[in-house]
Design a protein around this ligand. Sequence first.
Ligand SMILES: [Zn+2]
Length: 333
Amino acid sequence: MVRTFAVAWVGAHIALSGQVQAALIVNPAQPITDRINVNLIATADDDGSDSTAGMFGSAAQQAQVFSLVDVIFAQAGIDVEFAFRPGAYSSSFARTGAPGANNPRPQSDLNAIRNAASAAGGVLSGDPNTINVFLVSIVPGFSALSDNATAGLATIGGNGIAYYGGENLLDFAGGREILASVLSHELGHNLGLSHNTLSENLMQSGGGGEDGERLSAAQIQTILTSRFTVPAPAPTLPGDFNDDDRVDGSDFLVWQRGGSPDRLSAGDLSLWRTQFDNVGGATDVAAAAPPVVPEPAALHLAILGVAGFGIAHSARGRCRRAPGAATDSSDRP
Ligand SMILES: [Zn+2]
């Protein structure tokens, strides 16, 4: 069945000299009840070169970006679970578009990418309720962007996102927040959200230059009724927040990053303490000293010191619907 969706176009965060956003602007987190599964698909050229596999940087940078996405969707009581498709999808068309036809790249390429990936097999998630995100070098609707910018394109209510994150943004806290904000914005589209003009809202369309990632009650309701929103699985072992059948230091890290069922709660921390070592409470808590995690504050300060060279963003006109581009696109759920 072919369904029709408006393609939401979505502004690039072109880096200009300006002010680094201090932090995400979100409403308080809700207890996690649901989950959104995301399949990240790195793309490469046909011969396997120029893979986008490292788009989110080091393991630490990637974890930080993903945890910021979690902070945004925790407003809706949702945990976002990212998984990478093993290996890059070798498709020059997916990565950059047809030669000579990418300045800017046609918006319709998003559907073309998805249809080709569907035909190729083994690229899209086998779960129809998992959102597929193509990590591309040139986003449909855009020309090639610099390493200081990020952009995405998504269907509203459909399954499919094309996303580009400039690598320089990984190097400072404000940049990672921009990356997470745009990625979350595109996820919001797949979850059924359209643009709005609400102040500080995740789905705000451009023009106002207002930053923020808040979700309204109505938006949360829309997200919770999306087919991509599924119940969060109950942990099989109390305190085993990363579901690896062991209650250990890594579960503390998950708690610290807000990934436990009752986000950052004393109750979950207490549960972790009492269940540590998975021995049913006979635990020497003193031995369970949590691992030391590098504080991002120092990094943040260091980056602020160099923000003057222009990586900071200011033009945060996140979303503009392309003029006259109520472009319909077919979407196969
Ligand atoms: Zn948008």
